[in-house]
Design a protein around this ligand. Structure first.
Ligand code: F0G
Length: 427
């Protein structure tokens, strides 16, 4: 691997800090970016190199993060903790495309990562850096997926994991994973934003390594979603990428990755980035519309619990990517999210509710004429359908208060005899 150099640079004041150190914020309080000395055109970093690695049997080539390692982080193969992650499918469904109102519509299913969400891409880098820094304990606050991912990667690397979760608002699939992978799981009597504040304080007090996406190395792995998506498209650039937004690390990462490809001259234009929030957890939408800084919500509420966040940490970084690409930020209601989920699920693709904010957002933007029917659109499905099985059952049972289950596929009961079974089968 070529030994590229990098620094940590403050997003607010541009102060620069050395590469590998335990640091999540600048002295001024700003969040940090990993800024690479990007390779020169004659250093052989091109799409053909990444394509050749697809045929390799080495885990660091097979990983959909480390395959792009020159653009991710200069670690030696022996330093890398990988499952390997990525290599997620890009799905198309004519039925879904017609419901959304966009003809050329593809969905990259990040729920197909090893622990069932896009978080594994950032986590392989975060845990590898933790190992390099000699950290033996790691922690995160989470609405569920980050904690599932961190718990698994920490177990793989032989580290102790602490997860801080909001009380009663973590879907069962995710909670089960944190417990199963052996993380010390602390349910905070508060929401995600409270847990996020406390985990930063606890990590500082105990010298535990923080692995939320405020950790700039997480973003470096997560940006590989964009690299692999373009690779799936034979390195052609779509018109739009639509992604759900919560703490805003993912959209920040995708924006950063695309800007780096552009700066390298590997792509000639940027796809527009559309970030979709739930309307009950929409501080970034308000900030985007008013042009002001994010004002944290005292109380965020959405049934898409993964994005039930009122004080997103990475909003400045996310805004940078949205603005650079000429993209936008919008919101959808829980009803729209769950309608979209019913359609995505019934198409055979399926995803957890937060992912479906992207589906609902694409439909809303198409209906408004913001996204043209003929444009090339890719959405990111961030988590697996089985992460949140309760909401599926409740939706199809029609028992979600305030939600109309207009596409319910209710369970049919039958007495134990053939006549009753045939009647239950219908036509
Ligand atoms: N979709 C899913 C399934 C998520 O789990 C998350 C975030 C998002 C979308 C939003 O991504 O925060 O980068 O804007 N989940 C975090 C967690 C907060 O703790 O698992 P974001």
């Amino acid at each position: 691997m070529s030994a590229l150099a990098f620094r940590l640079v403050c997003v607010d004041c541009a102060a620069s800090h050395p590469g590998f150190e335990v640091r999540y914020r600048c002295a001024c309080g700003g969040t940090l970016d990993v800024v690479h000395d990007l390779p020169k055109p004659d250093e052989g970093i091109d799409f053909a190199l990444f394509d050749r690695r697809l045929a390799s049997k080495e885990s660091f080539d097979r990983s959909g993060v480390w395959r792009f390692r020159e653009l991710v982080l200069p670690l030696a193969p022996a330093e890398i903790v990988t499952k390997p992650e990525g290599n997620t499918n890009l799905y198309r469904s004519e039925r879904l495309a017609s419901w959304v109102g966009i003809d050329d519509l593809a969905w990259k299913h990040e729920g197909e990562n090893p622990t069932g969400s896009f978080k594994d891409r950032g986590m392989t880098v975060g845990i590898s850096v933790a190992k390099k820094l000699g950290m033996e304990r790691v922690a995160c606050a989470s609405t569920g997926n980050t904690s599932a991912s961190m718990a698994s990667y920490a177990a793989t690397a032989g580290m102790k994991a602490y997860v801080f979760i909001p009380e009663g608002k973590v879907a069962f699939g995710k909670l089960s994973q944190a417990l199963a992978y052996g993380a010390t799981t602390i349910q905070i009597a508060g929401d995600f934003d409270v847990a996020m504040r406390l985990v930063q304080e606890a990590c500082a007090a105990r010298g535990v390594y923080l692995l939320n996406s405020i950790n700039p190395f997480r973003i470096e792995g997560q940006k590989a979603i964009a690299f692999e998506l373009l690779q799936d498209l034979a390195w052609s650039v779509p018109d739009w990428i639509v992604v759900p937004g919560g703490n805003l690390g993912n959209s920040a990462a995708i924006g950063k990755g695309l800007s780096e490809l552009h700066a390298l001259g590997l792509i000639q234009r940027l796809p527009k980035l559309a970030v979709i929030q739930a309307s009950g957890a929409n501080p970034f939408v308000t900030a985007f519309r008013t042009g002001a800084a994010v004002v944290p919500l005292a109380h965020a509420e959405t049934r898409a619990t993964a994005i039930r966040i009122g004080d997103p940490i990475s909003w400045r970084k996310s805004l940078r990517g949205v603005t650079a690409s000429g993209g936008l930020v919008d919101e959808v209601t829980d009803q729209e999210i769950l309608d979209a989920k019913a359609h995505l699920d019934a198409s055979g693709i399926g995803a957890e509710p937060a992912s479906c904010a992207a589906v609902a957002g694409a439909r809303k933007l198409a209906a408004a004429g913001v996204i043209g029917r003929g444009e090339r659109v890719c959405g990111i499905l961030t988590g697996h359908l089985l992460k949140d099985p309760e909401i599926v059952i409740d939706y199809h049972r029609g028992s979600l208060v305030g939600i109309t289950s207009s596409h319910a596929n209710a369970i049919r009961r039958s007495d134990p005899n053939l006549k009753a079974v045939l009647s239950a089968m219908g036509d």
